[in-house]
Design a protein around this ligand. Sequence first.
Ligand code: CUA
Length: 321
Amino acid sequence: MGPYSIFPERASAGAGQVDTLYMFLLVVGIGMTALIFGCVFFFAIKYRRKSDSERPKRIDGSLPLEIAWSVGPFLVMLVMFGWGTKLYFENYSPPHKDTLDIYVTGKQWMWKVQYPNGRREINELHVPVGRAVKLILASEDAIHSFFVPAFRLKHDAVPGSYQTYWFEPTKPGRYHIFCAEYCGTNHSRMTGWVTVMDPTEYQTWLAGGSAGGSMAAQGEKLFQQYGCVSCHVTDAQGRCPSLRNVFGHPVVLEDGRTMIADEAYVRESILNPNAKIVKGYHRDVMPVFQGQLGEEDLLKLIVYLKSLSTPVPAAPGRTSP
Ligand code: CUA
């Protein structure tokens, strides 16, 4: 595709389908507009008043005609709705198969990227071709939106929550990242590049920059530094739950509810421990970490807790809406 093509390059598995739907909407939209304006001009000329004495015939309407022009467009709209919904769910629900997880934090005005092995970058994202990649999006401040036109996907990074963004890159190359949600003065400069690489090159690239240790190892350090380790270890004196095999597993709360300990649950339990108390434990035992931990450190702690868990066979569903 040349530099002046209507569509940006298609570089993800779902991009072609998005374009097909878009073309359908465009063709229907242009067709309908042409039909309506055609009728307006045609009838305006055909039924114009031809002499001063001409009196129009009375028209009482036509039920079949009215049904036809109501039901016809309604069915066309239903096709748009059904098709769009199907594509939306396919493109926005991460596959249950093994995904490559990368952690992206939006911050005024940059994208900070952390790889599980500890490599970090700013405004650059490297991924291998042909692998399902899942980004866990967080934000330090305002709402940002991670947008890669070549993947035909955008998703908000919302403060106080984790959002997922997944894609399967199909074509090596470099593609633009934009922030698609107005987030302050330098919103328009909050851009970057995704580099899609050959899988073997990718492994070499990834190994080339993990001097600070893996995210899990850095998380473990924080776990000690903040004193979590003094309480949350296996066979503790029973004041706090052990965190081994908690991540991704069901947790029973004091009110009897059962929740999956996913990223959002762990995050809340660190920042505001009293929000959900595990059955058999007490309030106000753990200090509140709200305001003390940045998003990147929180993600490291989460990756560390993940590493303490054996993976569950069926991937847990997300608890977010
Ligand atoms: Cu970040 Cu706009």
